[in-house]
Design a binder for this molecule. Sequence first.
Ligand code: FMN
Length: 215
Amino acid sequence: MTQMDDLTRIRREYQSEPLLETALYPSPMAQFSCWFSEYQQLDPDNVTAMVLATASAGGSPSARIVLLKHYDAEGFCWYSDYRSHKGQVLALNPQAELLFYWPVLDRQIRISGEVQRLDRASAEHYFSERPRGSQLSAAASCQSQRLAGREQLVQQVEAVAQQYRQQSIPCPEQWGGYRLRPLRYEFWQGRENRLHDRLVYSLEDADWIISRLSP
Ligand SMILES: Cc1cc2nc3c(=O)[nH]c(=O)nc-3n(C[C@H](O)[C@H](O)[C@H](O)COP(=O)(O)O)c2cc1C
């Protein structure tokens, strides 16, 4: 039996409650907030994990998980190293998509829009609240750059720890936040026999227009 045969036999049904136009909030952020709260009750450790998908200026895609740190009327925020691969591609092409997959409720949310850096004060404030171990790692690691080996990373951490012995670790210059300002949301609810619900909010002339897509 080949590996492909094995995988085709993995099947699951989606039998959740329907997602109907009549039950949607007019604002997609309110709809997001409602689903976020529901999932937070069930799986608080994973509710903030989201895939961030980007594309280089030449069109090469890349995707990785980052953690949502706050969201409000302005958009969805996370923190990272501006020197990382994502940092480099976002500097040249600020369009991105965020994706939340909430399997316990058979839900997926996709949010696309433009990404901007948060200001320095936000980075400093959030950095100061992180545990010292995370601060050390962020200060010592030049994210996405090649290492000679794990030992090099450990030495870099030790060097930063020595440098700031008995002192607080300052927020690194190249570390900070991003905000994605949404232009489109898609709320996906898994349904029986793969007849899933897909409801999209798109921003047209400053209004959110709701439409349903084929699954
Ligand atoms: C659960 C989880 C949470 C993560 N959270 C973050 C995060 O908040 N910020 C971040 O820069 N990387 C985070 N990462 C690491 C990224 O997925 C990725 O490895 C890193 O950002 C480098 O990506 P890049 O080379 O595409 O820039 C997380 C990874 C996982 C699996």
